[in-house]
Design a binder for this molecule. Structure first.
Ligand code: FES
Ligand code: FES
Length: 161
């Protein structure tokens, strides 16, 4: 068994001092060492995207990154998306447009979409479809996810004006 190492993760603006094996992936560290279970694990080998979080603003498969590699970086998870009691526009739009059913894939889709829309608010529809196709959903048929992300993009652009 590998010897635990001590380091700090900064997640949603908060510091978590953890002691964990060097080979622990970021998704497990978020869930088990930081208690942030909103990040889900599906395939655990980079295919499904359920574990998507933002690292320095970029969507990352947290099952493919060692937790220790996130030292000194800003990690954002679904727990940090809402502004207090107020849903993030993406959360609101997923709710309004039925972008989820069982909800297992939802944190990954939300963080993927948040990263993409923050970096590219005017992303074209074809490109958006391409990006969202990187995550898997076994319930919705994707159309409502797409509708929700389009609606959130419009709302985010409106708020940015
Ligand atoms: S759990 Fe990470 S991509 Fe599936
Ligand atoms: S809502 Fe069930 S897997 Fe996507």
């Amino acid at each position: 068994m590998s010897t635990p190492i001590a380091f700090t993760l900064r997640v949603n603006g908060k510091h978590y001092a953890i002691r964990t094996p060097a080979r622990r992936n970021l998704a497990d560290a978020l869930r088990e060492d930081c208690g942030l279970t909103g990040t889900h694990l599906g395939c655990e080998h980079g295919v499904c995207g359920a574990c998507t979080v933002l690292v320095d603003g970029k969507p990352v498969r947290a099952c493919l990154m060692f937790a220790v590699q996130a030292q000194g970086k800003e990690v954002r998870t679904v727990e940090g998306l809402a502004d207090g009691e107020n849903f993030h526009p993406l959360q609101q739009a997923f709710w309004e447009h039925h972008g989820l059913q069982c909800g297992f894939c939802t944190p990954g889709f939300l963080m993927l979409a948040a990263g993409v829309l923050e970096a590219e608010p005017d992303i074209g529809d074809e490109e958006l479809k391409q990006v969202l196709s990187s995550n898997l959903c076994r319930c919705t048929g994707y159309q409502n996810i797409l509708k929700a992300v389009r609606a959130a993009a419009a709302e985010m652009r409106k708020r940015a004006k």
